[in-house]
Design a protein around this ligand. Structure first.
Ligand SMILES: [Ca+2]
Ligand SMILES: [Ca+2]
Ligand SMILES: [Ca+2]
Length: 208
């Protein structure tokens, strides 16, 4: 800070002040002396001025990573409504202060299959819950991409951050192999030599 000239007594800032830079940047104590224009020995007055910097909401939440991973097993009713944490743990921070740093989480897209939601996020902790079981075999891929949003509670549309959660649906061996065709007859001449081709069967399994 500087005095505005030597005579007016007005104080003005001469550089940008940053509350978010830490406690040392939030208060200033100025010791000020006043002397007559024509210095006279001993005619000096002193005072001090305390300046408190208040936070301005100039930052948005930021995720600790761009991408997080979540994995659970298909068709497993034991995980319904159990809190599941991502790896690494979903975390967004806003380095402002007070209301300007409050962060909540929300699933932006990707948590529905055939129009039915299967995942929920805890808006405060960022943990997920599976709310509906489904078959890995019903998916075209075992990975589902979610977009999650962290937002400042009082500015949910402007102070935001986005991250991706890669959901991996782990396969369970819940399908029997199927032999194709299921009924078959074949003929072969008697006295055929060992190794003579008879017919071909194939088996498949929907699991991966
Ligand atoms: Ca700030
Ligand atoms: Ca903020
Ligand atoms: Ca399976």
């Amino acid at each position: 800070m500087e005095k505005d000239g030597r005579t007016s007594g007005i104080l003005r800032v001469n550089r940008t002040l940053d509350y978010d830079a830490g406690p040392d940047h939030r208060h200033f104590l100025l010791n000020i002396s006043a002397t007559p224009l024509t210095p006279t020995l001993g005619h000096v007055a002193y005072t001090s001025v305390r300046i408190d910097i208040v936070d301005f909401d100039d930052l948005s939440p930021q995720f600790s990573h761009d991408t997080y991973r979540l994995a659970f097993v298909e068709n497993d009713s034991s995980i319904i409504n159990v809190s599941l944490a991502t790896t690494p743990r979903l975390l967004a921070r806003d380095m402002d202060f007070g209301i300007n740093q409050t962060v909540l989480y929300k699933i932006q897209s990707g948590a529905s299959l055939s129009g039915q939601p299967f995942l929920q996020i805890d808006q405060e902790t960022g943990e997920f819950k599976v709310i509906r079981i489904f078959d890995r075999e019903a998916l075209s891929s075992n990975e589902i991409l979610l977009q999650v949003k962290a937002y400042q509670t009082d500015k949910p549309n402007t102070r935001i951050a986005l991250a991706t959660v890669i959901v991996t649906v782990l396969d369970k061996n819940d399908n029997r192999p199927v032999i194709v065709p299921t009924n078959l007859s074949a003929t072969i001449a008697e006295n055929s030599a060992a190794g003579t081709y008879v017919t071909r069967l194939s088996a498949s399994d929907l699991d991966v």
